[in-house]
Design a protein around this ligand. Structure first.
Ligand code: ZN
Length: 317
């Protein structure tokens, strides 16, 4: 039996596929854009490949007919399954930021880094990452366009912060933006918006600048990679921006008090009421809470790097 939720048409010719990332429902979104040419935005980790293939077919599209797989950034829960999916999508090209292509073609460094961040126990849920052949990647820059049909063109937007080479994708038919993780994560059916980020390359300053850029662009909706779609664009962007700065204040205060070990708890406590709303989706709630240390580490690492840069700058003067 087909699950309606797995093939929701969330905007004209755009379908949301739940990729059941790490076996968590309603946590990882893949979008299928069904035009003369067909594109996926995001894929999920290798362990999500079957969910993606089922979702594509449920929307009435054959995997062999997919032309593009666009990934917003290189983290494995977004791009990791691309290599495996290509074996089911013989004509597809993987579209990624020009600086991230190397990690698709040679994923070992990325695997090592993510394994270190998430821990070995977690690693079993990711699945086997397969390299993307260099003949099947398409590097993009800010402003590049990909035409899918007479009414649908994708435009690449540089959106650093969550990761250095993160991109967002504007789509002309509905005027929406695939925001990846640039605008935070939407959870529990839109009840939770949190600026969750992971080390080692999160940059708060860039993150806020990217949100400002998206606010100016004022798209009709945001298609989140975690999870789903909203038309409350400005409000959600404002929340992600404000909460990122609040978490940063918490980190600043804790580091000043030499209380680094308390940061994850303080961060969770600050938005406790909101986080509690995830209890309707226990796997999501557990994931969120067990990852709070990782999110805290992203903000701490940013602080330490910034502090180091400032100290080096002062010495030069
Ligand atoms: Zn990410």
């Amino acid at each position: 039996m087909r699950n309606m939720a797995d093939r929701d048409e969330v905007a004209e010719n755009i379908y949301l596929i739940d990729n059941l990332v790490y076996s968590i429902p309603r946590s990882g979104s893949v979008y299928l854009i069904n035009e003369e040419k067909k594109a996926l935005v995001e894929v999920g980790p290798p362990s999500s490949v079957d969910s993606v293939l089922n979702g594509v077919r449920a929307a009435g599209v054959e995997p062999e007919d997919i032309d593009y797989i666009v990934v917003t950034h290189i983290h494995l829960d977004h791009s990791g399954g691309a290599g495996v999916l290509l074996t089911h999508m013989p004509k597809a090209k993987v579209v990624a930021h020009h600086m991230d292509i190397r990690h698709l073609v040679d994923p070992q460094r990325l695997i090592n880094s993510m394994r270190k961040v998430q821990g070995d126990g977690f690693w079993g849920k990711v699945g086997q990452v397969v390299a993307v052949p260099s003949s099947r990647v398409q590097a993009v820059h800010d402003g590049d366009t990909i035409e899918l049909g007479s009414q649908q063109t994708l435009r690449i937007i540089d959106a650093p912060g969550h990761s250095p080479n993160h991109i967002c994708i504007f789509e002309t038919r509905n005027g929406g933006v695939f925001s990846g993780e640039a605008a935070g994560s939407l959870m529990a059916d839109g009840k939770i918006i949190l600026p969750v980020n992971t080390p080692p390359a999160f940059d708060l300053e860039q993150y806020v600048a990217t949100i400002d850029r998206l606010m100016k662009l004022n798209p009709s909706r945001l298609y989140y990679s975690h999870f789903g779609v909203t038309s409350a664009v400005q409000d959600n962007l404002e929340q992600a921006r404000e909460k990122a700065l609040i978490w940063d204040d918490i980190v600043t205060a804790a580091l000043r008090e030499n209380a680094a070990e308390s940061i994850a708890e303080r961060m969770a406590d600050r938005f406790r009421d909101e986080i509690e709303l995830a209890r309707g989706n226990i796997p999501l709630y557990d994931y969120l809470m067990s990852n709070m240390q990782v999110y805290a580490a992203a903000y701490v690492k940013y602080h330490q790097d910034k502090h180091r840069a400032e100290t080096a700058g002062q010495r030069k003067r």
